[in-house]
Write a protein that binds this ligand. Structure first.
Ligand SMILES: C[S@@+](CC[C@H](N)C(=O)[O-])C[C@H]1O[C@@H](n2cnc3c(N)ncnc32)[C@H](O)[C@@H]1O
Length: 274
């Protein structure tokens, strides 16, 4: 049975910069009566739905304000009351966002829904750090993988991946970084392979640490980066030296020397790879 009236839009909020919301996402937010949102969603986006009931669904690593089942039930319950619900999710809802599970729950309950893709951190965060994930003559393939391999979930085959693609983009990889770097090196990636860690990409808090497979875990520990952090492994990272447009713009605005970040003084984070 299809429930008339209520409906749910799974909307990608983009990676942090509110300007990266899609036009469709903005239109749906303006009409929303209920917005269920995640931790990484830019607060400014909620202002687009001033009259909507706002429900925080949380999801810091390991700490959930609401469990996934509760979120699914909430979406179904509000739609059954005839409301226009926006489920606002960081990046793209179907890229490591459990959006597929939410869509499946809505389909099973007979709720009308749509999916509004978002700008995923997987490509946008490297782009704001000046790293194209593919580049003619440098990288003709890239893969996006999770570094968070929980029990029961399919494991990432690091050995096969190491040789199969040029650029690896790893989401949720900060905690497992030492193990991942060791696995990639053991599988044949040269220890000198460039690596970038980008924190809070596309926001004024953006900060980048660079290094190599051999030393990135040590550099990450020294920089005490906090999530969200995205990891890029591959020769494209070296292009950042020429293409780091966002940092430079922020540095010009802050008029501070030695910054590698969007707004704050974090001199020394960037490892010199020249
Ligand atoms: C649960 S995944 C969700 C990904 C999201 N659906 C997307 O398409 O971007 C969350 C992870 O994405 C990465 N991430 C998301 N936004 C980020 C940002 N602004 N800066 C750095 N990493 C980010 C981090 O690795 C974070 O732990």
């Amino acid at each position: 049975m299809i429930h008339r009236g209520g409906r749910v839009a799974l909307v990608g909020a983009g990676p942090g910069d509110p300007g990266l919301l899609t036009v469709r996402g903005r239109r749906l937010l303006r009409r929303a009566e209920v917005v269920v949102y995640d931790r990484l969603v830019a607060p400014a986006l909620l202002d687009l739905a001033p009259r909507a009931l706002r429900i925080f669904a949380g999801k810091a690593s390991g700490r959930h304000a609401l469990e996934q089942d509760e979120i699914n039930r909430l979406l179904v319950a509000h739609a059954r009351r005839g409301r226009r619900v926006v489920r606002l999710k960081g990046g793209d809802p179907f890229v490591f966002g459990r959006g597929g599970e939410e869509a499946a729950a809505l389909a099973a309950a007979g709720i009308r829904f749509e999916v509004v893709p978002g700008v995923s951190s997987a490509t946008a965060v490297p782009a704001y750090a000046g790293i194209p994930v593919s580049h003619r003559g440098v990288a003709s393939s890239f893969a996006v993988v999770t570094g968070h391999e929980c029990r029961g979930a399919a494991r990432v085959d690091w050995e096969r991946l190491a040789g199969a693609v040029d650029t690896l983009v790893i989401l949720m990889g900060l905690t497992s970084l030492p193990r991942i770097a060791r696995a990639l090196a053991a599988a044949g990636r040269p220890p000198s392979t460039p690596v970038a860690l980008i924190r809070a990409g596309t926001t004024p808090e953006q900060a980048t640490v660079t290094g190599t497979l051999a030393d990135i875990a040590r550099r990450a520990a020294a920089a005490r980066l906090e999530p969200p952090v995205l990891v890029v492994v591959g020769d494209v990272v070296a292009l950042r030296e020429r293409l780091r447009w966002f940092d430079r713009r922020a540095r010009r605005r802050a008029r501070g020397p030695g910054l590698s970040v969007g707004g704050r003084a974090l001199a020394g984070l960037e490892a010199s790879r020249r």
